[in-house]
Design a protein around this ligand. Structure first.
Ligand SMILES: C[S@@+](CC[C@H](N)C(=O)[O-])C[C@H]1O[C@@H](n2cnc3c(N)ncnc32)[C@H](O)[C@@H]1O
Length: 225
């Protein structure tokens, strides 16, 4: 009788371990999608050097990708889709974290081309592309967001930031393109100087500027000090 109980317990233990291991495997697999990776890589390869619509350089796209992966961000917003180069890097990262991107552009031709590019890259289901004036839509979006990339009309950056800062979670990141901290003369200000001088001293933000591409400000929102 005792032996029977022991045998039954061991069998039960094996069954439980089997199902638990199964859960772990599927959780890992859900963030790994080699087919999608191949599709995005070959699309980016094919388009390399041919982005002509004020798109970010590849190096800045990679920085955005790395920030999202490193911080496991899931709720992203991009202002200024254009034809979708940065959106592809952002959405590719979100396809791995289980997140989604809302991206906005006011120009219908570029919006339509971006939709086609997202489809070719295989990323459509990770992107909600909006044809709209971001001045209005940004105010209406509820959030919260954990990652924001500002790359539309430079003179409006400060206003976008003011609207979005309350919708950015603590630990989240606000990035903005073509920003200079003054160390590189070619991007000195460029319409974004007012924005940079506004954010750089906000105590709840830790801001750095990456000058390796076209000037990318990267601001992490910390709790109140
Ligand atoms: C520098 S491009 C964006 C490039 C894009 N991030 C990329 O790397 O592919 C700026 C875009 O912002 C859009 N834009 C400018 N003002 C806007 C506004 N008020 N609302 C929405 N989009 C706007 C323009 O139509 C343009 O396509």
């Amino acid at each position: 009788m005792k032996i029977n109980i022991i045998i039954c317990s061991v069998i039960l233990l094996y069954i439980v371990q089997f199902f638990c291991a199964g859960d772990n495997v599927s959780a890992q697999e859900s963030t790994v999608n080699p087919t999608l990776d191949d599709s995005v890589k070959s699309f980016l390869e094919e388009k390399r050097g041919s982005w002509r619509d004020m798109n970010v350089p590849e190096s800045d796209g990679k920085i955005l990708y790395d920030i999202i992966i490193k911080n496991n961000y899931k709720n992203a917003l991009e202002i200024g889709t254009s034809t979708g180069h940065s959106g592809i890097w952002i959405a590719w990262a979100l396809s791995k974290t289980g997140g989604k991107l809302i991206t906005i552009d006011i120009n219908e031709d570029r919006y339509r081309e971006a939709l086609a590019n997202f489809k070719k890259a295989g990323l459509t289901k990770y992107i909600d592309a909006q044809l709209a004036n971001a001045h209005k839509l940004v105010k209406e979006l509820e959030g919260p967001f954990d990652f924001i990339f500002s790359d539309a009309d430079k003179g409006w950056y400060k206003n976008y930031f003011i609207d979005l800062f309350p919708k950015l979670v603590i630990g989240g990141c606000f990035t903005a393109h073509n920003v200079s901290d003054g160390t590189l003369s070619q991007w000195f200000g460029g319409g974004t100087a007012e924005f940079y001088s506004y954010i750089k001293d906000i105590p709840e933000l830790e801001t750095t500027v990456d000058n390796s591409g076209a000037g990318l400000s990267i601001s992490y929102k910390r709790g109140k000090k």
